[in-house]
Design a protein around this ligand. Structure first.
Ligand SMILES: [Fe+2]
Ligand SMILES: [Fe+2]
Length: 189
């Protein structure tokens, strides 16, 4: 089941504020690494999960570094921005008892990767700056791989019908969160 496509208003807002978007993007990459580490921490005996998430976390830190270099090139001060509600609202969709919590965590991570993949693709196709375009293209491919990795992990621990059923619930819930565009430009809003 495919994600609901991003509305054009998001891309218009993003292209008008590429510097702010980059700063938020740096934060997203760092957060992707942190979430992978949290999962390894919570499920230390889940061998496949740990083995797959180690290289993923390393890659996300690499992305963080790449984006930080672009911040420096553009003279953007490093720092934090106010978070759009996307992440916290997705968190609320994760059920708090096991094994549902593991399934939901993997699928929500997969959703975020899928949305990142889609939006980085939109940016890669739309930005004028050749260096940024190249970065977005490279990241688009990585985030697609990450999406598949989370999906494969879900199928490692749960029957396919269970995974598909929950995914079919989460996809429209994610689209609903994105229906109201956050007033500030963010990767996920
Ligand atoms: Fe990434
Ligand atoms: Fe990723």
């Amino acid at each position: 089941m495919e994600l609901v496509p991003t509305q054009t208003a998001w891309l218009t807002q993003a292209l008008a504020h590429l510097d702010v978007l980059l700063l938020d993007h740096a934060h997203c990459e760092k957060k992707a690494a942190r979430v992978a580490l949290q999962l390894m921490h919570r499920y230390p005996a889940h061998r496949e999960l740990v083995q797959d998430l180690i290289p993923l976390a390393q890659e996300e830190l690499q992305h963080y570094d790449w984006v930080n270099r672009r911040l420096d090139q553009r003279g953007i001060r490093w720092g934090n921005l106010a978070a759009a509600p996307y992440g916290s609202r997705l968190q609320q969709l994760i059920r708090r008892q096991e094994p549902a919590q593991l399934l939901d965590s993997l699928l929500v991570c997969g959703l975020i990767e899928a949305r990142s993949h889609e939006r980085l693709g939109l940016l890669a196709a739309a930005v004028d700056d050749a260096d940024l375009r190249e970065l977005y293209q490279r990241l688009t491919q990585a985030e697609e791989r990450h999406q598949r990795l989370y999906w494969t992990l879900a199928l490692t621990y749960f029957p396919e019908v269970v995974v598909q059923t929950r995914w079919a619930e989460l996809v429209p819930a994610e689209a609903e969160i994105l229906r109201t565009l956050y007033p500030q430009p963010r990767m996920h809003s």
